[in-house]
Design a protein around this ligand. Structure first.
Ligand code: ADP
Ligand code: MG
Length: 267
């Protein structure tokens, strides 16, 4: 059974897509079976995995609105060892089209349930808003990963996100938990960074990942080559940081559940 993580923060540009793509590649490198779901109409994760969002025949839109199976819609990310459920502009219409549908919050959860045995982890790249798409992601997820840039306004908006997570937990998905808070574009020389880190540790304790993702130009370059950084420059600080994050995530899972997640090569 797949464990499902929503990578979310309603702020744009905090590293959600970068984290989703590179965590997917890093977990895939440990032989876990991974599905990346692009839930942002911008389709940045889709493009960053080397899939042309404008030429795909079917996308997440068809899954949410027409009930198309994920198994028939996801595509392999070229050379990266995981699957991608692509998104593009069509997805902006989904919110409107679902508005009068009963169970609209559960469309993604139902679709993912049908492929849960085919993957070890499902990573959902959320749009930069707390809309129906994000609610679909939170309804489907076991855990939320929140990327945060350690800047002056980092904590602003966090309470709105935590409120949404609490509401979803109370009303539609009691198993949802905060999986981890991830510091992105990290610069330890900046004193503000240390201040924000202290605040995050006070608020979130052990939910704060000890792994930090440094600011690294390779991470910014890799998407234009349609590759996760691991397959673009595997020696880069960015690649090593996302491998470390995958390791920390797997250790936490093991500590919480007492079982190692299966490695597909062992089966
Ligand atoms: P979001 O999905 O939250 O909007 P992105 O992952 O698209 O954020 O990141 C925003 C921009 O910052 C992108 O251009 C991305 O390449 C760049 N970026 C993200 N993380 C890093 C990093 N650690 N170092 C350098 N650039 C980064
Ligand atoms: Mg994004």
């Amino acid at each position: 059974m797949a464990t499902i993580f929503a990578i979310t923060n309603q702020k744009g540009g905090v590293g959600k897509t970068t984290t989703t793509v590179n965590l997917a590649a890093s977990l895939a490198a440990t032989k876990r079976r991974i599905l990346l779901i692009d839930l942002d109409p911008q389709g940045n994760a889709t493009m960053g995995c080397g899939i042309d969002k404008n030429s795909v025949e079917f996308s997440i839109y068809d899954v949410l609105v027409d009930g198309r199976a994920i198994a028939d819609t996801a595509l392999p990310a070229p050379d990266s060892g995981f699957d991608v459920l692509p998104a593009n502009q069509d997805l902006t219409a989904a919110e409107v089209e679902l508005i009068n549908e009963i169970g609209r919050e559960f469309r993604l959860r139902e679709a993912v349930a049908a492929v849960a045995d085919s993957y070890d982890y499902v990573l959902i790249d959320c749009p930069p808003s707390l809309n129906m798409l994000t609610v679909n992601a939170l309804a489907a997820a076991d855990g939320v990963i929140i990327p945060m840039q350690c800047e002056y306004y980092a904590l602003e908006g966090l309470s709105a996100l935590l409120n949404t997570i609490n509401r979803v937990t109370q009303l539609i998905n009691p198993k949802l938990r905060i999986e981890g808070i991830l510091r992105t574009m990290f610069d330890g020389r900046n004193s503000l960074t240390n201040h924000v880190t202290d605040e995050l540790r006070t608020h979130f304790g052990n939910d704060l990942y000890s792994t930090v993702i440094p600011r690294n130009v390779r991470l910014a370059e890799a998407p234009s080559h349609g590759l996760p950084v691991l397959h673009y420059d595997k020696q880069s600080k960015g690649a090593l940081a996302y491998l470390a994050l995958a390791g920390e995530l797997l250790r936490r899972e093991r500590a919480r559940t007492g079982i190692d997640t299966p490695v597909s090569g062992d089966e």
